[in-house]
Design a protein around this ligand. Sequence first.
Ligand code: 13P
Ligand code: SF4
Length: 324
Amino acid sequence: MFTTALAQRENTQLGELPLDLFAAIQSLKKELNAVILAHYYQEPDIQDIADFIGDSLQLAKAAEKTNADAIVFAGVHFMAETAKILNPDKLVLLPDLDAGCSLADSCPPEAFTAFKAAHPNHLVVSYINCSADIKAMSDIICTSSNAVKIVEQIPKEQPIIFAPDRNLGRYVMEQTRRDLVLWQGSCVVHETFSEKKIVQLKIAYPEAEAIAHPECESSVLRHASFIGSTAALLKYCQNSPTKEFIVATEPGIIHQMQKLAPDKHFIPAPPMNNCACNECPFMRLNTLEKLYWAMKNRTPEITMSEDIRLAALRPMQRMLEMSL
Ligand code: 13P
Ligand code: SF4
């Protein structure tokens, strides 16, 4: 765990890094009375130093409950924003402010305003992977672990807009057997998996089970024997008697899978090309070094207007109430 952290690292832009980065981060944590929350897609060193690792819903709940004065969010911008929406008085730090999300970016507020206007009387259910502006325009937020459960609680006659992920939306439509008006956004990572290569892997590893995140396209989902959020995929691998899995989601999760089920074999689902594009380029902008600098300099900090925060808080609270 400490091998990379113990190596002396330098960041010429920001000054010299301490020799033991893990120890320095622990000491800054005490100084700031901070909690480090990390998503499963973060690099292994960050996962190892985090106080809490989780999927989007678990992280939102952890942010809601924390007594710390500062939240260091090792994830992407919309996740840190969610923590700020729930904790206006806390310092919320994101190691790299450029850690965005293709899905959140696919739904700009102006275009979404027009989309809503074109569908009057629709309730807006938005996936948490969206900006605070979009949350503020929504009625209920959901994550990949509670989207089906939330839509099922809405009366059948109520028309619904589901934004911004068309793949998760289509999956929810299938599971709930309802018609949803879908915003056509998607995740660059989950749309990169190759159906052909997954089929080839299934032939090469006949004992392996394919598991997938619902942000994947239906051509990939149809080969999966289990579909769920990152936390659900992790739990499934732990509890299943199967020993080999083809994992169609960001491979950062495999660090925890391997830790919790060391006797099992996890094969990352391959992307279309021979690239590393199954790794989220936004999540991977955060590094242990940037996490250290963020804590040391108390920046970059997440801020937002109180109007937007309050408007975004209401649908967040509805989600938390509906997913108890
Ligand atoms: P979950 O954390 O809900 O599994 O979503 C995965 C994801 O893409 C986060 O950006
Ligand atoms: Fe966004 Fe996809 Fe990266 Fe998640 S994995 S942060 S949805 S781009």
